[in-house]
Design a protein around this ligand. Sequence first.
Ligand code: ZN
Length: 361
Amino acid sequence: MKKSSIIGVLILCFAFWGKAQVRNEIRVPDPEGYRTLKCDFHIHTVFSDGLVWPTVRVDEAYREGLDAIALTEHLEYRPHRQDIIASHNRSYEIAEKTARNNQVILIRGSEITRPMAPGHFNAIFLSDCDALEQKEYMDSFKAARRQNAFIFWNHPGWDRQQPDTTLWWNEHTRLYEEGYMQGIEVANGKKYSPEAQRWCMEKKLTMIGTSDIHQPIQTDIDFARGQHRTMTFVFVRERSAEGIREALLHRRTAVYMDEKVIAEEQWLKELFEKSIDIEDIKRNEKSIVITLKNNSDLTFHLKKTRHNPGLVYFREYTIQPQCRHRIEIRLENNLQGGDINFEITNLYAAPNKGLTYSYKV
Ligand code: ZN
């Protein structure tokens, strides 16, 4: 082989090596007319109290199959400031090129970090984070709204700020009524807040789930055991920052935390139905056997609810991701069929309450 061709091969190898990062897609169905994006709108880097460089956050997101992230540094809490003196826009600016190269949508954001009340809020889709650095918290919110930000309340049940019960304060009423709050974190890291879900349902606010990651992601999440970070599924019309913003404003989200999906009932129902393919139904006088396939990465825990006692079927049943299952229903009392009723206990349509579902056989 000629020397020049050896060099050529080497260059090619390095070129592929540079692109070798693996992406693990998260398979979740798209609701009718929309596309499901996986997003994390609450992330820290060394530019506030996080422990990693901004571009690493993009690499992590790419590897985990995320579509969009926001780096949301604390405005008022910067423990590394002896070493890092920078504008509040800096982590976004540093990550921008890596995000573009990996087709990860990067959204500019900041965390307004105040004592309770009002506590911590993320403002995303900002154009200038520095304008939010203000003495009075209301001035930070006003600056965010002037930039047309989407603003959500972070971890309302954080025990360092609400040690006993998760309360809604007068300050929140004001922010909500004056249009400074469009969503609430229903899940932050591994903490689910039933109060936040109830408030979102009552007040028509957007449900958000985030990692609020400070460490390198693999310190908190054991990917080898199939774990994933807490995230928001956003049902968009188009895959862009503007598409995400439109969906958030119209409350088209679901929160994905461990095996739980938390959302308005319509989204849960559609995610379930579109995940499951009924491949075959075999009947005789004594039984009905259904073969189904779960094409998604979601797990479904089914639990029997009130039903005609002539239909004898499972009490509890788990449908694993990407698996085929057989469900047998015995027919008694000369029944030909009927409704099998169950609760999908890990799809939260209401605080701590699973989605009720019926299927006619
Ligand atoms: Zn935070």
